[in-house]
Design a protein around this ligand. Structure first.
Ligand SMILES: CC(C)(COP(=O)(O)OP(=O)(O)OC[C@H]1O[C@@H](n2cnc3c(N)ncnc32)[C@H](O)[C@@H]1OP(=O)(O)O)[C@@H](O)C(=O)NCCC(=O)NCCS
Length: 136
């Protein structure tokens, strides 16, 4: 698993008890996962379909540096399933893990469409950000 994104925990990321707010962390994860899916599927039109149990293992506090890791675990026909782990960058202590995040590949009309991908690719892939425009 690659840990691409790092976050420095700031006052605005905290809950009233002074630790990292879970909702903020989930927003970061959703964005991390959608970017991963866009790059893997070569399509900017992907949506979050399903997120499995979220295990908040330990908390983070102001000033901590955390890192977000995502990896693909299953390429379906229209879907991509990923696993996520968040850890403290310095201590490597796990903060959160999610076994399944499922994203669905959509066509220009917003319907699920086959992505044709079978495995993780690292090669540069061009991404058409406005396929509707191309059809005009
Ligand atoms: C994404 C959406 C278009 C899919 O529609 P749908 O009718 O469920 O589509 P399908 O039944 O064809 O399923 C599409 C894929 O999702 C998978 N899927 C559907 N429900 C699932 C679930 N509960 N858990 C895991 N995977 C699921 C299917 O297995 C299928 O994958 P595959 O093609 O690789 O086999 C529709 O559910 C939707 O628009 N949801 C809202 C998405 C959204 O707005 N997300 C942001 C929320 S804040």
């Amino acid at each position: 698993m690659n840990f691409h994104t790092r976050k420095w925990i700031k006052p605005e990321d905290l809950n009233p008890n002074g630790s990292l707010f879970g909702g903020t962390l989930l927003r970061w994860i959703d964005e991390e996962a959608v970017i991963y899916a866009i790059v893997q599927l070569g399509n900017p039109h992907v949506v979050t379909k399903f997120i499995s149990e979220i295990n908040f293992v330990s908390s983070a506090k102001q000033g901590d540096i955390i890192e977000l890791g995502i990896t693909a675990t299953h390429f379906g026909t229209t879907s991509l399933t990923m696993r996520c782990e968040v850890r403290n960058k310095i201590t490597r202590k796990t903060i959160l893990s999610i076994e399944k995040l499922v994203f669905v590949n959509l066509d220009a009309e917003g319907n699920p469409t086959a992505h044709g991908k079978k495995e993780i690719t690292y090669a540069y892939m061009s991404i058409e950000t406005n396929p509707k425009k191309e059809n005009k």
